[in-house]
Design a protein around this ligand. Sequence first.
Ligand code: ADP
Length: 151
Amino acid sequence: YTGKTGFELLSEKIKKYKVAEFLQIPIVVKEDVSVYDAISTMFLEDVGTLFVLNEKGCLSGVLSRKDLLRASIGQQDLNSVAVHIIMTRMPNITVCRKDDSLIDVAQKLINKQIDGMPVVKDDEKGLTVVGRVTKTTITRVFVELASAKIV
Ligand code: ADP
C-alpha cells in the first residue's frame, strides 16, 4: 500500500489521460471554400469549429462560429468571400498532439479562451490534422471520472 490518499490517486489518474484516447473526428474545409459553404458545413456536421487545409492538405486555419457570424454581419455576398480571408491562421493556431495529456489541453483551452483545437501530426509538408479536442471532450472525461474505480 502506497499510503496515497484517494485524491492523490484520482489526480494521478486524471494526469494519465492522453489525447489519443479521446480525440474526435476533425471536420475540415479547403481555403478556397466560401463563407456560405463553411456555415453549411458547420450545420451539417454539427460542430462549432472547422479546420482549414491548404492546397497541400496541411493545417492553415481555424474557423469558429463567431468568425463566421462576424463575416456574415458585413453586407458582403457570403458566396464570394473565401474562408482564408476571415480565418484565424497559422502560426497563431493552438494545436495538440496525440501523446499530449488531456489535462494540458484543458489548461490551454482555458488560457487561450478557445472551444477546441486540432490534433496534429508533424509532416515534412506541415501539420496534418488527425483529430479534434473540444470542451465537449473534456466534459465527457469529467463524467467518466465520476464513475471510475480508483486502482
Ligand atoms: P467562438 O468564436 O465560437 O466563441 P472560440 O472561442 O473557439 O469560438 O474562438 C474564438 C476565436 O479564437 C476565433 O477567432 C477562432 O478563430 C479562434 N480560435 C479557435 N480555436 C483556435 C485555436 N485552436 N487556435 C487559435 N485560435 C483559435
